[in-house]
Design a protein around this ligand. Structure first.
Ligand code: THU
Length: 136
């Protein structure tokens, strides 16, 4: 992984922010952290809503934090959910990540009551042919 941020640090940030996830309906708590080319980390958790469709995933909130800070070049991502295998980003989040990087390493971490699992994948594997619109 390029830059100064290690995947271990990114996972730690995602685990930390996951504790603040607002998921009273699904009880499925998600934390995501994104490292950028400049060596910064942006974290986000899922925020649910009584109007279920208004729920925002952790990955998209992390991207929002990144963009609001003036950064647009993610180089790695960690997503932490409940164990035993960890969850894979939903289709919308894959597309939102893809807007800013067609490939980057992604660690999928599952936090069990005793053990932590980790699967390493990449955005290209999760979304090999994302939708791109010519910028005006
Ligand atoms: N969720 C995420 O935060 N990221 C994903 O990639 C999949 C789903 C959240 C949305 C909702 O709060 C809960 O998980 C159950 O779908």
């Amino acid at each position: 992984m390029k830059g100064t941020v290690s995947m271990a640090q990114l996972i730690a940030a995602a685990r930390e922010v996951r504790r603040r996830a607002y998921a009273p309906y699904s009880k499925y708590f998600v934390g995501a952290a994104i490292a950028t080319k400049t060596g910064r980390i942006f974290a986000g958790c899922n925020v649910e809503n009584a109007s279920f469709g208004a729920t925002i995933c952790a990955e998209r909130n992390a991207i929002g934090q990144m963009v609001a800070a003036g950064e647009r070049q993610p180089i790695a991502c960690a997503v932490v959910t409940a164990g035993p295998r960890g969850g894979s980003p939903c289709g919308i989040c894959r597309q939102v990540l893809w807007e800013f990087a067609s490939d980057m390493p992604i660690a999928l971490v599952g936090e069990g009551p005793r053990a932590i699992s980790r699967r390493d994948t990449s955005l290209k594997k999760l979304l090999p042919d994302g939708f791109r619109l010519k910028r005006g």
